[in-house]
Design a binder for this molecule. Structure first.
Ligand code: SAH
Ligand code: SF4
Ligand code: F3S
Length: 489
């Protein structure tokens, strides 16, 4: 019953512009009367949420299907991060419309960030949509679907300060059975000026650490060998046994009272202790919050993977200030130096970059390229700036960089990344690395693929090995995106 989701196009490490990743449910028959199809867009948090949604719907009489035409209920779990992400969803709704013409009883729901951003407006703009449900209101889905079945369109975009779905056991959508996501927090309080997430996901809140450890243990017992702890800003994870209320915690701290809190470094350690054979990854680290304590905890546990996604966005301090990232180029470089000092050269570092943010000059763009030269990222997600309605940047600044300039700068950033990916991958050649096998290689049935600690894909001949095993691989060759080698033990 594990594989209820398939990746149509798993994060394509060769594609440099945004991961236009889509996940859909797969066929599952446990004798339930109704069929649910979910298509998920956007970030890993959305994919993790679709697992919660599947679980809620399963408890209410739905099996999943891979074929939307045969579904009673179709959900699109959507993303608003860039304009293009929303356009993709609108196109998809157009395709669903054709099917619904012959099957009017089909219920169509829009979930996730676009639902939260547009609310009931979506019902006016997209006539085909029956329910609109924001990321904190999924417990209400069965009721809303029922209402739609009775002919009443339904909307719930209430954002909560508490909801973490901690008690809901996600139906694992992850198709490899080796690696799973665990949401450890929701929302974001950072207000980067370009970003829509604080509006679509609401206030930041951390999830009970004991429920996180239980989930990790349960996954390990079921044969999973890797968990990725997810949050928009995992380094600001904070939990008090007394009361999990961020405002309350902050008030106490302001008053100088000592509050016993579990921070992200503590949580990492708790999850790492589940088993030395369970790999622990996490994403995303905000450069303003990542502490040396986290880096030392990573060093202490072999099973905490040596890989940090540390989005810089820009290499220029003036642009960073306009972006409201609350760190400077120097601060960022200091954090990279700390990673190298504590974890060494082998720790993987990746980034997100935005080109052509409001008022960015050619020199400032050059600062992004020079930062990339300094850090030598293993990998980056790179985008040109896309203005999002309602964000601070949309209100305060003019989106004044012409599209061709944004795109040309993006190409330069991509070319720079290609160079450093290759350079970094070449450093792995000749090394023996521990790889967790995730399954058959996409290129050949005779080969397996897995990842090393630094999150790089490694491909090697199958031999007697299978997914879920750890193997030591001698790295012999590489491209910009992949390492190739042979198993030595
Ligand atoms: N919480 C993460 C980012 C989540 S959004 C962090 O703070 O790093 C993922 C990425 O999308 C961002 O890092 C940013 O590079 C990109 N992004 C967000 N808003 C964007 C916009 N308006 N235009 C272009 N890219 C954007
Ligand atoms: Fe958006 Fe900034 Fe929050 Fe990341 S930290 S989700 S970029 S507001
Ligand atoms: Fe997109 Fe929402 Fe994630 S806007 S990137 S799905 S938090």
């Amino acid at each position: 019953m594990e594989n209820i989701i398939q990746d149509i196009d798993i994060v394509d490490r060769n594609s440099h512009e945004a991961s236009e990743t889509v996940q859909t449910t797969v066929e599952e028959n446990t004798g339930k009367t109704k069929k649910l199809y979910i298509e998920s867009y956007g970030c890993q948090m959305n994919f993790a949420d679709s697992e919660i949604v599947s679980s809620i719907m399963k408890d209410n009489g739905y099996d999943t299907t891979s074929d939307f035409e045969s579904a009673d209920v179709v959900f699109l779990n959507t993303c608003s991060i860039r304009e293009k992400a929303e356009q993709t969803v609108r196109k998809r709704l157009g395709q669903f419309n054709k099917v619904k013409e012959n099957k009017p009883e089909m219920t169509i729901g829009v979930l996730g960030c676009m639902a939260e951003r547009l609310k009931e407006k979506l019902l006016d703009e997209e006539k085909i949509v029956d329910v609109v449900v924001g990321p904190d209101a999924y417990r209400d889905l069965p009721k809303l679907v029922e209402s739609a079945e009775e002919g009443l369109k339904a909307v719930n975009t209430f954002l909560s300060r508490e909801e973490t779905y901690a008690d809901i056991a996600p139906v694992r959508l992850n198709s490899n059975g080796v690696s799973a996501f665990i949401s450890i927090m929701r929302g974001c309080d950072n207000m980067c000026s370009f970003c829509v997430v604080p509006f679509t996901r609401g206030r930041e809140r951390s999830r009970d650490p004991h429920s996180i450890v239980r989930e990790a243990q349960d996954l390990f017992d079921k044969g999973y060998r890797e968990v990725t702890l997810l949050g928009q800003n995992v380094d600001s994870y904070k939990w008090s046994e007394d009361e999990n209320n961020k405002a309350w915690l902050e008030k106490k701290e302001r008053k100088g009272e000592t509050v016993q809190v579990i921070n992200f470094a503590n949580l990492l350690e708790m999850v790492a202790k589940v088993s030395p054979d369970l790999r622990v990854r996490f994403s995303t680290s905000h450069p303003k919050d990542i502490t040396d304590e986290v880096l030392h905890t990573m060093k202490k546990y072999e099973n905490i993977c040596k890989y940090i996604h540390l989005p810089a966005q820009s290499g220029n301090s003036r642009v960073l200030e306009m972006m409201n990232r609350t760190y400077s180029r120097e601060w960022y470089i200091n954090r990279v130096d700390a990673i190298r000092a504590i974890l060494g050269q082998e720790c993987g570092i990746s980034s997100d970059m935005i080109t052509g943010f409001c008022t960015e000059t050619e020199e400032e763009h050059q600062d992004t390229l020079s930062l990339m030269d300094y850090v030598k990222y293993d990998f980056s997600y790179m985008f040109f700036y896309s203005e999002r309605p309602g964000t601070l940047a949309a209100k305060k600044y003019e989106d004044d960089i012409p599209l061709e300039v944004k795109k040309r700068r993006l190409q330069e950033v991509i070319a720079k990344q290609q160079e450093s990916s290759l350079e970094r991958n070449k450093l792995d050649i000749g090394q023996v690395q521990k790889v967790l096998i995730e399954g058959t290689s996409k290129r050949s049935e005779e080969q397996l693929q897995g990842r090393n600690s630094a999150n790089k894909v490694v491909i090697f001949d199958k031999g007697v090995h299978q997914k879920g095993e750890y193997v030591n691989v001698m790295i012999e060759d590489c491209t910009t995106a992949t390492l190739f080698g042979s198993v030595i033990s």
